[in-house]
Design a protein around this ligand. Structure first.
Ligand SMILES: Nc1ncnc2c1ncn2[C@@H]1O[C@H](COP(=O)(O)O)[C@@H](O)[C@H]1OP(=O)(O)O
Ligand SMILES: [Mg+2]
Ligand SMILES: [Mg+2]
Ligand SMILES: [Mg+2]
Length: 350
């Protein structure tokens, strides 16, 4: 089965959302940062991006009953005092749609925006089609002015069949060696996309022609560099550094926010991505679905720390053992061995 139509729509939705996010990041004011009940910073851009993607998918597939599993919901926007924020989001979405001009609609109302956001309340699962969206992955990076991604994927019968990752601050050229900051590189803004069985491509968010990308062919772990979260609260840096040491990795870790790590890995900027959330954290499907297909279609492999493939068919959550490892086929067995040994050492030292 081909998902070409869905891919075109997903690229369009993610590119428009990226445009909205770029505008907000540019003039990010302190007042844009508010606290959700889990205390993670959520900006008007998270909501605006979700509303925009939901709107575009609805427009592109008007006859289908859209199932969208997305991170945000309108709860906090419906409270007293949130009216001004909701109006800002509505204006942002309308301005972005008007600047693009593809959808000749009358401006959306605040009510339309709330509805579009709340279309993302699906639970996913193993039957039928479900879109999966992280409207801004790496909110902390976004607020800091660093890396973030708009991540959109499609599940069919519980399998990821398509994924798009828009990374507005990722340099077009390789970030190997840690050259990840927009301010000391040339053109930035990458759109990665993949359809099952079709390989992975990258183009610039400004619309250059797509280039096919591949993960690195490095087989010797000493020559491999590795990616991990920028935020130590998101991943145990001490554990990944122990694993890297066991593998003989020489280069220091490259720490970047969001699924931009999957994108960078898919084009061979680094060889390994390790993610070990602290105890009690449950991974969500929107944090991995798009990145997963982008990297696997580029020849990469994604496993949990026990070597088990990820299962996107069980609803919102991914039940993984201890952490997530991404690398190429050759390195995976070596990395998993080092992970196992490091986890045993860590356990016996407690
Ligand atoms: N305590 C946590 N542990 C692990 N990941 C987290 C935690 N809190 C938020 N996240 C999510 O981790 C992802 C980014 O992590 P990283 O940049 O480290 O790869 C995001 O999806 C972020 O959510 P969000 O989408 O709200 O930014
Ligand atoms: Mg969040
Ligand atoms: Mg996320
Ligand atoms: Mg998010």
């Amino acid at each position: 089965m081909s998902y070409d139509r869905e891919l075109v729509a997903a690229k369009k939705a993610a590119s428009l959302a990226a445009r909205l996010c770029q505008k907000v990041q540019k003039d990010l004011l302190q007042s844009d940062v508010q606290s959700k009940s889990d205390k993670s910073p959520v900006t008007v851009a998270d909501y605006g991006s979700q509303a925009l993607v939901s709107f575009v998918l609805q427009k592109e597939f008007p006859s289908e009953k859209l199932s969208l599993v997305a991170e945000e919901d309108s709860g906090d926007l419906c409270t007293d005092g949130a009216q001004e924020t909701l109006e800002r989001i509505t204006k942002l979405v309308n301005d972005t749609l008007a600047s693009d001009g593809s959808y000749s609609v009358s401006p959306l109302s605040t009510e339309d925006i709330l509805q579009a956001i709340d279309r993302g309340k699906s639970e996913g699962g193993s039957q039928g089609h479900h879109w999966v969206l992280d409207p801004i992955d790496g909110t902390k990076g976004f607020v800091r002015g660093d890396q973030y991604a708009i991540a959109l994927a499609l599940l069919d019968q519980g399998k990821v069949v398509l994924g798009v990752l828009a990374c507005p601050n990722l340099p077009i050229t390789s970030i190997s060696g840690g050259n990840q900051h927009a301010f000391n590189s040339g053109e930035v803004g990458c759109l990665f996309f993949a359809e099952v069985g079709g390989g992975t491509y990258m183009q610039s968010l400004n619309g250059s022609s797509p280039l096919k990308v591949q993960v690195t062919a490095v087989e010797n772990p000493e020559e491999a560099s590795f990616f991990e979260s920028y935020e130590a609260a998101h991943s145990m840096h001490d554990l990944s550094s122990l694993i890297a040491k066991k593998l003989g990795v020489k280069a220091p870790p490259v720490r970047i926010d969001s699924q931009a790590k999957y994108g960078a890995l898919s084009r061979g900027d680094g060889a390994i991505y390790m993610r070990f959330p602290h105890k009690g954290y449950r991974e969500k499907i929107w944090d991995h679905a798009a990145g997963y297909i982008v990297v696997t279609e580029a020849g990469g492999v994604v496993r949990d720390a026990a070597g088990i493939p990820l299962d996107f068919s069980r609803g919102k959550y991914l039940d993984v053992d201890t952490g997530i490892i991404v690398t190429n086929q050759k390195l995976m067995p070596l990395v998993l061995k080092a992970v196992r040994e490091s986890l045993e050492e860590k356990a016996s030292s407690l």
